[in-house]
Design a protein around this ligand. Structure first.
Ligand code: SAM
Ligand code: SF4
Length: 325
């Protein structure tokens, strides 16, 4: 459907859980965050009902996220159920990768055709430090597992001043001989990220240009998201840049989010939306639920205000793992 700004909204990010097996320093405090009670987490059949209804509004693409989606039991069977919903064309996932190798067989039949794997450093000591205990080897193995299964891989690297600014080119180099996309994301000033300094897309691009030469001729858009992609000469894969902060891509935003406790969230940066869990648990009929969602999606905020001085009073104060980043 089109929202009031004329944007085509066809993409839903479903957060399956606020739990995670890592504690990335810019995402969560060391001790974790207060957890949503199991009673308040949407059950799979409730998510299926919401997805059925929202698909009537033209949502075609779904991304499973969290917290870490693979810590939720049954997720790789659930993804198949989602794909059976008429109108849903593809299911992808965002994962830290740690549990991918041990789920290889299930992943094969999950219907998931693309996985974003988070990888902020290629140094195992720094990886353990930023994730507070994660094992880099498992993530590197996860990449091979996905490529083996024919699942498209996007590596998401959050660029942070003083942490991985010296590794931009070595991380980008992963796309040289492998058919995958390495995407650099500007750190957004949310939750635990407040203490970290973001590295601008401009800085990332100039580091890549110094190493690989001019990139502008290869500029193109791919997939459903806001990344701009570049293919340096001789690369099998490509490099993506997501100007999450320095440039406003909100005029082409195509997405809404369902949090794990059933809130339809219209923009990452604001807490506006509607509590669908209460409506679902009150046995609201499908057509009514669809109309509620239509009304809220129509009023999706025009743009975020990450770099604006004029802060609104509905700024999101939850962290990425609670929202479903
Ligand atoms: N646990 C999964 C993972 O790490 O991919 C899925 C959820 S995680 C919240 C989704 C993505 O959000 C990860 O790539 C993570 O690096 C990114 N992220 C978390 N906090 C962020 C922030 N403040 N700014 C930009 N990206 C962030
Ligand atoms: Fe967990 Fe992903 Fe947040 Fe890291 S970024 S703590 S893996 S939810």
């Amino acid at each position: 459907m089109l929202d009031s700004q004329g944007r085509l909204i066809d993409y839903l990010r479903i957060s399956l859980t606020d739990r995670c097996n890592l504690r990335c320093a810019y995402c969560m405090p060391k001790e974790g965050l207060p957890l949503i009670s199991h009673h308040d987490i949407l059950r799979y059949e409730e998510i299926l009902k919401i997805t059925r209804c929202i698909s009537n509004l033209g949502i075609e693409n779904i991304k499973l996220t969290g917290g870490e989606p693979l810590v939720r039991k049954g997720v790789l069977d659930f993804s198949r159920e989602l794909l059976k919903i008429p109108g849903i064309k593809n299911i992808s996932m965002t994962s830290n990768g740690i549990l991918i190798p041990e789920n290889k067989d299930k992943l094969k039949n999950s219907g998931i055709d693309s996985i974003n794997i988070s990888l902020d450093t290629l140094n195992s000591v720094k990886y353990a430090e930023i994730t507070r205990g994660g094992e880099l080897a498992k993530v590197l193995d996860a990449i091979e597992v996905c490529l083996d299964l024919g699942i498209a891989v996007k590596l998401n690297c959050v660029a942070i001043c003083g942490f991985n600014d010296d590794e931009i080119c070595s991380i980008a180099h992963l796309a040289k001989d492998k058919d995958l996309q390495v995407r650099f994301i500007e750190l957004m000033p949310m939750g635990s990220a407040e203490g970290y300094k973001y590295l601008s897309a401009e800085h990332i691009l100039s580091a890549i240009k110094v190493r690989y030469g001019r990139l502008s001729d290869h500029k193109k858009r791919e997939g459903h998201g806001p990344a701009v992609y570049y293919k340096p000469a001789g690369f099998v894969g490509s490099i993506g840049i997501i100007h999450a902060v320095s440039r406003c891509f909100c005029s082409s935003c195509n997405r809404v989010r369902l949090t794990s406790d059933g809130f339809l969230k219209l923009c990452l940066h604001y807490d506006t939306g509607v509590d669908l869990k209460s409506l679902v648990r009150a046995q609201t009929p499908d057509d009514e639920l669809t109309e509620v969602m239509r009304k809220y999606i129509y009023d999706k905020p025009r743009q975020h205000s990450f770099s604006s001085e004029n802060k609104r009073n509905d700024i999101e104060c939850k962290g990425m793992s609670q929202i479903g980043g």
